[in-house]
Design a protein around this ligand. Structure first.
Ligand code: ACO
Length: 482
């Protein structure tokens, strides 16, 4: 069955109300982004005072457009949005994407409710208000005033903060993280996180979702869909308002009622979502999950050329409940055939500071082939006797030759050459990070997700046997329901 939000992401036609010739106005920037992004549907600027904008003829209203309009982007001041909504309704639009600020976040709750009422009466759904728009790369659609040229990929990003969301769009380009979608939800007057999760759950272009959440209005709806989602794909949440002070700041930002920090942590655990404190960690996790590699078992092997890096990684893993076991005996015997006698063949395997690319290749290749080794963390510290790019090539060669689907994560510490090697590894499909701690933390996310997912799956199966398919998942109302 087609998702309720299908035409939001695959519109046949889009109208931009408030499209302006003035290049500094938001209505102009959004129109430009849509055109520059390569969207293939019809695009209609709407502005009663302009004849054309960016080479396209302008319409005085949405209802005067002679063509199918599924989405109406609204970029006029808040007090004009009701008339625009009524006109869009007459035109048979399905979605209003309201960029305008000046609603619940500044105490104007009545206007926001009225907007949703008018939309509902006309069979439309509302995204926003108070948002920067949205992006869906599979449809080459950038209906936002964020940066252009996002890298296509399979991570969807849902954000309640506009400024942070826009900044993250830029950061994703710098970090080379490919996105399927970025959706600004703002005040969530109608379409909310749960609605979007329902779409991304069945979206073959989305492998994992990052969410920046300040508050949830319908707790039960979120819990139901988030559990179902986590059973299939990872959710990474950056929860704002983790402290009482942060919660107050969130309330004045998007008008959200933020739940208490402890309650929130419990809710996320229950639905199988992963919680991170900062944006960088969210992207680090995304980098791992976009590969969709299943975890074959518990045993992690760390291969390093630096003892300190190995210790740091071991500590990070241990803090996240992952203990390193000794490597299998036959693997140790194999290492002994080529490593110098002063190398350590315990776990972390220290292939020594002067480790050649060949050592990396041999140690990794055998580890990939070994049934009792389930994931591998390869650490490299740049020295004058080694070449980061050559080491990266050796790692890629081992992974590609064996073609075994186990998580392999790299941590390369060093200067600009190491940074280059990280990009090279990443483009070859190997998640790579500039510190051992970040690499270890990212690897641990796969373990945590796998654990949480099995708990959620078991609970879903149990509830299904108890109540049948239609029973809503969560027994009680947990947070801030309307
Ligand atoms: N139909 C069509 N066009 C109209 C209508 C109408 N009913 N009424 C006015 N217009 C035209 C205007 O004439 C103008 O065109 P012009 O430049 O050719 O004269 C254009 O629409 C825009 O209207 P303005 O009154 O100039 O409004 P402006 O573009 O300055 O601001 C906006 C509109 C951007 C929606 C503003 O009111 C607003 O809310 N800004 C905040 C947006 C925001 O920050 N959202 C949250 C994002 S998240 C974050 O934090 C970044």
């Amino acid at each position: 069955m087609e998702s309720e939000l299908y035409r939001l992401f695959y519109p046949r036609g889009i109208a931009i109300v408030g499209a302006s010739k003035n290049p500094s106005k938001i209505g102009h920037i959004v129109l430009k982004n849509i055109l520059d992004g390569g969207y293939k549907g019809r695009v209609y600027p709407v502005n009663p005072t302009a004849e054309s904008v960016l080479g396209l003829p302008c319409y005085p209203s949405v209802s005067s457009i002679n063509g199918e309009v599924d989405v109406v982007i609204v970029s006029v001041p808040a007090d004009k949005t009701i008339e625009v909504a009524e006109d869009a309704g007459r035109a048979g639009a399905q979605f209003l994407v309201v960029l305008s600020s000046g609603f619940k976040e500044v105490g104007n709750k009545e206007l926001e409710e009225r907007l949703v009422q008018v939309a509902r009466k006309n069979g439309m759904r509302v995204l926003g208000p108070n948002i920067f728009g949205y992006v869906y790369t599979p449809a080459k659609l950038n209906a936002s005033f964020g940066p252009p040229n996002l890298l296509p990929g399979n991570i969807a990003f849902i954000t309640q903060s506009g400024a942070l969301g826009i900044a993250l769009m830029g950061y994703s380009i710098v970090e080379e993280i490919g996105v399927s979608s970025v959706v600004s939800v703002g005040n969530k007057a109608d379409i909310d996180d749960a609605d979007l999760l329902s779409f991304f759950l069945n979206d073959p272009n989305t492998q994992a979702v990052i969410m920046y959440i300040e508050g949830i209005s319908d707790g039960r709806k979120f819990l139901d869909i988030a559990s179902e989602f986590s059973a299939r794909k990872p959710i990474i949440t950056i929860k704002a308002g983790r402290t009482e002070f942060g919660a107050k700041a969130a309330a004045s930002h998007t008008g959200s009622l933020s739940s208490g920090p402890i309650l929130w942590e419990g809710v996320l655990r229950q639905v199988g979502a992963l919680q991170v404190k900062d944006v960088q960690t969210a992207f680090d996790y995304a980098r791992i999950f976009e590969r969709n590699i299943k975890l074959p078992g518990p045993n992690v092997l760390v291969i390093t050329n630096g003892g300190g890096a190995g210790v740091q990684a071991t500590d990070t893993l241990a803090e996240r409940g992952i203990r390193l076991n000794e490597p299998p005996k036959d693997y140790v015997d194999y290492l002994r055939t080529f490593l110098p006698p002063f190398a350590s063949t315990r776990n972390p395997v220290d292939i020594t500071g002067g480790a050649s690319d060949e050592y990396y290749y041999l140690a990794l290749r055998k580890a990939l082939e070994h049934e009792e080794i389930h994931s591998i963390l390869v650490l490299y510290c740049q020295t004058m006797t080694t070449n980061p790019m050559k080491t990266a090539e050796a790692i890629i060669k081992a992974v590609q030759e064996t073609d075994i689907k186990k998580p392999v994560v790299a941590g390369f510490v060093g200067g600009p050459e190491s940074k280059e090697a990280i990009s090279y590894l990443y483009r070859a499909g190997i998640p790579a990070y500039p510190t051992p701690e970040r690499a270890a933390e990212a690897l641990s996310a796969i373990y945590l997700y796998s654990k949480r997912r099995s708990v959620v799956e078991a609970r879903l199966a149990y509830l299904k046997t108890l109540y049948g398919k239609s029973q809503r998942l969560v027994e009680t109302r947990i947070i801030g329901e309307k």
